[in-house]
Design a protein around this ligand. Structure first.
Ligand SMILES: Nc1ncnc2c1ncn2[C@@H]1O[C@H](COP(=O)(O)OP(=O)(O)OP(=O)(O)O)[C@@H](O)[C@H]1O
Ligand SMILES: [Mg+2]
Length: 255
């Protein structure tokens, strides 16, 4: 019976519009993502992909339209409220404390998730399950040996891994990653994608990505954002064959 049930939509983006003082960036964006799906958003530079993430993650309010998460309209809620609802976005090192070491950075998020943030009676170092969870996440992202390293001393690839570790520290159900492999070498990219694939098992991922090899190897479904709206959504093979996508985007990548 269970196997026959359709997987549910965890995220529904409905007719999202966004203007910046007259500049119409998003003009009616619609797509949905099912539970445990890996969904990629692709599209030309300046198409509005990051703006869309800023709206889903609560950084910007949409000019109109709604974001539905697990059946609930979350449009316009604060990033903090969304973290509590288990939506988490990786913010390119802006949620990493450069002066703290790797372990301390991840532990801060784990403590927060354990609801210990305002408990001044217990010292963080004295809570075994928080430390265990932190170790587990560091191992998952390949930073087990870097716990003592100050965040500012990490290599580029390790910084990206730490961002993902911090993202995982609050046990998100929906993870948003904006170009996690930007600036990486081919080898770093391959390693990073393996890691992302592993850590997002049993979670839902929405990823913005320019590298088509990454997109086609990782994503279950893809939406193409073009001229302010979704040109087409579908499985990778459908997107690859779509003439509109080739004309609007893939053609220019290949050329
Ligand atoms: N806060 C803002 N204020 C004004 N304009 C903005 C703001 N944020 C984004 N824009 C504009 O919105 C458009 C889309 O930008 P956005 O960063 O969302 O594109 P993108 O698809 O993520 O591009 P890229 O692939 O280069 O990352 C651009 O014209 C950008 O200048
Ligand atoms: Mg962007």
């Amino acid at each position: 019976m269970k196997a026959m049930q359709e997987r549910k939509d965890i995220l529904q983006v409905r007719d999202i519009h966004k203007d910046f003082s007259g500049l119409k960036v998003l003009t009616g964006v619609d797509f949905e993502v099912k539970e445990n799906e890996k969904h990629a958003i692709i599209g030309p530079n300046g198409a509005g992909k990051t703006t869309l993430f800023n709206i889903i993650s609560g950084k910007y309010k949409p000019s109109s339209g709604s974001i539905i998460f697990k059946g609930e309209d979350i449009s316009g809620r604060s990033p903090h409220a969304l973290t509590r609802m288990k939506i988490c976005r990786s913010f390119q090192m802006t949620n990493v404390f450069k002066e703290l070491n790797v372990f301390e950075n991840v532990r801060a998020g784990v403590r927060c998730d354990h609801g210990l943030r305002y408990n001044f009676l217990k010292r963080p170092g004295s809570i075994p399950e928080v430390n265990e969870k932190t170790e587990e996440i560091l191992a998952l992202v390949g930073l087990a040996d870097a716990g003592e390293t100050p965040a500012r001393e990490l290599s580029y690839g390790q910084q990206r891994a730490l961002e993902i570790a911090v993202t995982l520290s609050t046990e998100p159900e929906l993870i948003l990653l904006d170009e996690p492999t930007a600036g990486m070498t081919r080898e770093e990219t391959i390693e990073a994608i393996k890691m992302i694939d592993k850590v997002t098992a049993n979670r839902t991922l929405v990823i913005i990505e320019h590298d088509m090899d990454v997109v086609f190897s990782l994503a279950d479904t893809i939406s193409v954002l073009h001229n302010g709206s979704i040109l087409v959504s579908g499985r990778p093979e459908e997107i690859r064959e779509d003439q509109r996508v080739k004309d609007a985007y893939l053609g220019e990548e290949a050329g």
